[in-house]
Design a protein around this ligand. Structure first.
Ligand code: MG
Length: 376
């Protein structure tokens, strides 16, 4: 029985993880459940899965009998007796939990992108120091992990991340000015949370994945490429020095990489088998980095390192929130990020406190930039 501490149990990845545990009750159980603010849903999950501990970071939450309520300051207790910490919280707030899980020396199934985007240096250092293990959940990094035979330290020549291109791939700059949050939330292939769906439309998400690949596979940025693949069947590729390329294919269903992160190298039944003849063809297009500036901003911040990826992310989180609320246009997401990156100097990413301080300052700055925008 694999005991899972699930952080972010009421989000998209968290709910799909609960589905997996429902399907294999003899293989998996939850030792801890945590969420941001959906206290009622957390209580319902506690009644269904009977974890030992539960945490609700904000909002009302009444744990059922037998479940210990953990306060945010004691979050390390969530990882006390788990085999796997599945970090599926959204945003910068996930980083703290990833660091606590690393300090507990457990296997970390990482679905929170911001942990490596913002805190890659700190996370890798803690994983090494405390003998933890880092396993990717994101479909692209899971694909690379599989192509490298489940080794993060394997040799390769290049990594190629595939991208659906999002819903706005073929729109003109003029049309991009008029798209709404509802348009952005209509992702062509993947069903995900709101923030990451907008990040897939701006292609910021692919920039984040480049930074994640850099940390996960010790890959120089020059050796990471992205290509558009609208069908989302090829989840990513690894190129080797002899010209051979290995790819991982499958229908776009996050339950496959979630489940594999829990069980690898073993595989359990999940999706239906791939039917290539029914698909007929797979297409690939050059990555439109010029049209979607968020990608280049992310890669540049990743290369510069230090606190700059935190600046990128904090501005992006506030900009996407404003876009979802109808306060700014789609291109203003990139403008908000660019302004923040031009307004904060690079500092060393030497402690979580430093990153958290930067995060808070950038959010305040981005909010004033956004309000200035919407007032004009
Ligand atoms: Mg992905």
């Amino acid at each position: 029985m694999l005991k899972i501490a699930l952080i972010g149990c009421t989000g998209s990845i968290g709910r799909q993880t609960a589905d997996i545990v429902r399907r294999y009750p003899d293989r998996f159980s939850f030792s801890s459940l945590a969420c941001g603010s959906a206290g009622e849903e957390l209580a319902a999950l506690c009644r269904e899965f009977a974890p030992r501990r539960a945490l609700c970071a904000g909002g009302a939450f009444e744990p059922p009998a037998g479940v210990e309520r953990i306060e945010e300051g004691d979050a390390a207790a969530l990882f006390a007796d788990c085999d796997v910490a599945l970090i599926a919280a959204g945003g910068f707030s996930g980083l703290r939990y990833t660091l606590l899980a690393a300090q507990a020396g457990v296997r970390i199934a990482l679905a929170n992108k911001e942990s490596l985007v913002c805190g890659g240096e700190l996370v890798l250092r803690a994983v090494k120091r405390y003998g933890a293990q880092l396993v990717p959940v994101d479909s692209e990094h899971s694909a690379i992990f599989q192509c490298l035979a489940f080794r993060r330290d394997a040799a390769f020549d290049r990594l190629v991340l595939t991208a659906s291109g999002g819903p706005f791939l073929h729109l003109s700059q003029e049309e991009l000015r008029r798209v709404t949050a509802a348009d952005a939330l209509r992702h062509p292939t993947w069903n995900m949370g709101a923030k990451i769906t907008v990040d897939s439309a701006t292609l910021l998400n692919k920039g984040y994945e480049v930074i994640e690949a850099h940390w996960l596979y010790d890959a120089p940025f020059e050796k990471i490429d992205a290509v558009v693949h609208p069908e989302s069947i090829v989840h990513s590729l690894v190129l080797f020095s002899d010209g051979a390329a290995l790819a991982q294919l499958g229908y776009p269903d996050m339950r496959v990489p979630i489940q594999l992160a829990l069980t690898y190298p073993e595989r359990l039944p999940c999706e239906k088998p791939l039917d290539l003849a029914a698909l007929g063809r797979l297409t690939f297009l050059p990555f439109p980095a010029e049209k979607f500036p968020c990608y280049g901003l992310a890669v540049a911040a990743g290369k510069a390192g230090g606190t700059l990826p935190v600046v990128l992310n904090a501005a992006a989180e506030e900009a996407v929130r404003a876009f979802l609320a109808g306060r700014i246009t789609f291109p203003a997401i990139a403008e908000t990020i660019q302004d923040a990156l031009g307004s904060f100097p690079r500092e060393e990413a030497d402690s979580f406190e430093r990153l958290a301080g930067t995060d808070a300052r950038v959010r305040a700055h981005a909010l004033s930039f956004i309000y200035g925008k919407s007032a004009s």
